[in-house]
Design a protein around this ligand. Sequence first.
Ligand code: UDP
Length: 319
Amino acid sequence: MRKKIILVAGGAGFIGSHLCRRLVGDGYKVICWDNLYSGRLENIADLRGNSNFSFVKTDITKKFSFKNKVDEIYNLACIASPGGYQRRPLETLLASSVGVKNLLDLAVQCKAKFLQTSTSEVYGDPLVHPQKESYWGNVNPVGERSCYDEGKRFAESLIYTYRNLYKLEAKIVRIFNTYGPKMHPSDGRAISTFLSQALTGKPVTVFGDGLQTRSFCYVSDMVSGLILMMKSREFGPINLGNPGEFTILKLAGLIVKLVRSSSQIAHLDLPADDPVKRKPDITLAKKLLGWQPKISLEEGLKLSLPYYQSQIKSRSKVS
Ligand code: UDP
C-alpha cells in the first residue's frame, strides 16, 4: 500500500515540528513547508536526513504550484506569539486569509483532508468561562491582537465556506496555550520567557498584577489531539487545551521554584487587550475524539526544562 503523504504547513514552527516528528514516526511521508518567519530549521534538524521527510521553504501567501498528490494537509502556518504577530501584522492577516485560501485550493485539487489550527483567541477577552465552542467571542477588531484574532476568525469562515461549496473534509480545532521544548526562548510567551529568565537569574516579568489566567497544554498532548481530529469524522470547531487554570503569578512562582532560581518577580505594564481569563471547555474533544490531556503543568515544565537549559548553554557559548 502507498504511504500516506501529509503536508504540514508551518512544520518548522514549535507545534508543527513536533507534529512532523510524530507523523514521520508513525510511518507517513511528510512534506514540511515553512517561510521561517517564526519557524526554525533547528526545530527540524533531526528529521532532515529521513527519506520520509522533506522540507521546502514556502510562503503560503505567495502563489505556489504543487503538482504532487497529498492526502492530508495540516495548517499551522501562522505567527502565534503576541510579540511576533504584532511585529508582522500584515503578514499575519495574509497568512490566515490568502494563505489559508491557497491551501484550501490545494486541498480541493488533491481531494485531501484539511485541518486548520485555529485558536482560543477567537474568543478574545471572553465573557463566558470556561469557553465552549458555541461561544462567539469578544474580540476587538481594531486592537493590537486583532491581526491574529480576526485573521483566525476569517479563516474559520473560509473553511466553513469551502466545506459547503466543495464538500471538502475541512476541519477546525481551536488550540489553547501550548508549551514545551522548541518554543523559542525569546518568542515572548509566558512559559518560554519565564523559564529563560529563571534559568539566567533575571527578573521574571509578570505583566500587570499577574491575576489573569491561562490554561497550559503540553505539546505532546496537543499533537495527539491534532492527529485524532484528522483521523475522526468530525469537522469541529473543537477546543484542544488543558483545562487546568493558573494565574500568571502562580505560573511564575512554579517556574522559579522548579528551577530553584534566585530570580525575583518584576511587574511590568499589562499589554492592551490582554484577556483576563481563559480556560477551555473540552467536553466535545473528550466525547467526540476520546481526547484529553495527560500531562500536568508541573510535569510538562519538568519535561521542557532540559531544552531551555541547552538553549541557554549554547547561547552563552556563542556570546
Ligand atoms: N505574560 C507575562 N509576562 C511575559 C509574557 C506573558 O506576564 O513575559 C502574560 C501575558 O500578559 C498573558 C499571559 O502571560 O496574560 C500569557 O501570555 P502568552 O503571550 O504566553 O499567551 P497569550 O495567551 O497572551 O497569547
